[in-house]
Design a protein around this ligand. Structure first.
Ligand SMILES: *[C@@H]1O[C@H](CO)[C@@H](O)[C@H](O)[C@H]1NC(C)=O
Length: 314
């Protein structure tokens, strides 16, 4: 919170130093003997610009309207829960120990009581923490938002998962996520829908290694974190919008979604409601809810989106 609240004064200082710098530069061109190395101005500007050195996705765990910023406004929340959609914002998250996990607090954000066939939750791992296994026949997807976790399986090989990395764990797959320090994950779990002899495999990857995919008629950038293959009954999309870009199609479809806004801000339209949203916000979209997004603000928007695929709705 400290870093977030100090940034306005920091940008003021930046502006001030830039102004002084420009002043001395014009001054020095007239009296070049007075200032020796005028070129150092731009270098110090780059070093002072702390905003660019923030870790990826830091706003998800430090949102602009953080719960601590709202402590003088008891009862306020932007969260909304309706029949066919929900917006769950950080100030209304409720964390409690995750069953089966060790030293881990969880906040369930989307659950079947809303009408979804999956759960979506945040897991805040602490020192010496460890995951539990999902229930029988339940598949799991984890994506690292903060910190580093190590993922081990029965082969005895463990993988380090850093921010922006993810893993898919098939149903009934023995595995364990461990962390020695604070780490935050977003987790999706679903009872796997078996189809013929198909079976999924463990997948480990990171967003930046996934290719950009074609999005006919649309301007946003799309990556898919899981193979677009029949065994997988859901996929996770990463969608990037530059400020001012928006979905061309106002979509209405049978698939359901769980969304986490990782970066940026904009307007999400769900049914007849229009919501200002920002990093850290979570959205549940029931099948057929009309949906549309426009990115606003000064930075790119990136969101992570669960979508069920490859199965007959019957
Ligand atoms: C365990 O993880 C390693 C490393 O990712 C992988 O090569 C191996 O196939 C996994 N074991 C099983 C049983 O999937």
């Amino acid at each position: 919170m400290k870093t977030a609240s100090s940034s306005p004064s920091r940008s003021f200082l930046l502006l001030l130093s830039f102004t002084l710098c420009t002043f001395f530069l014009s001054f020095s061109s007239t009296f070049s003997s007075v200032l020796g190395d005028a070129g150092s101005c731009s270098a110090s500007l780059i070093i002072e610009n702390e905003a660019t050195s923030k870790p990826l996705y830091w706003k998800v765990t430090n949102p602009t309207l953080s719960p601590s910023h709202l402590q003088d406004l008891p009862g306020f929340t932007r969260s909304v829960y309706k029949r066919d959609h929900a917006l769950i914002t950080p100030e209304s998250h409720v964390f409690s120990p995750l069953p089966e996990w060790t030293n881990t607090l969880g906040a369930y954000l989307i659950t079947p009581e809303m009408g979804s066939h999956f759960v979506m939750y945040l897991a805040k791992m602490q020192e010496n923490s460890r995951s539990g296994l999902p229930a029988r026949d339940v598949e799991r997807f984890v994506f690292v938002i903060q910190g580093t976790v190590s993922l081990g399986n029965t082969s005895g090989i463990s993988n380090k998962l850093r921010v922006d990395s993810y893993a898919y764990l098939p149903p009934n797959f023995q595995h364990s996520l461990k962390s020695d320090d604070y780490a935050t994950l977003v987790v999706f779990e679903r009872r796997y829908v078996y189809l013929n002899d198909h079976m999924t495999e463990q997948i480990i990857g990171s967003t930046d290694q996934q290719p950009l995919l074609e999005t006919p008629g649309e301007v946003f950038q799309l990556r898919k974190l899981l193979p677009a293959a029949v065994p997988y009954d859901f996929n996770i999309h990463i969608m990037d919008f530059q400020p001012g870009e928006f979905l061309n199609v106002k979509e209405v479809h049978y698939n359901q979604h769980g969304l986490l806004l990782l970066e940026g801000q904009g307007i999400y339209r769900l049914g007849d409601s229009w919501y200002p949203v920002q990093s850290g916000d979570v959205i549940w979209m029931a099948p057929f809810v009309p949906q549309w997004y426009a990115a606003l603000g000064k930075t790119q928007s990136r969101y992570l989106l669960y979508k069920d695929v490859n199965r007959d709705p019957l």
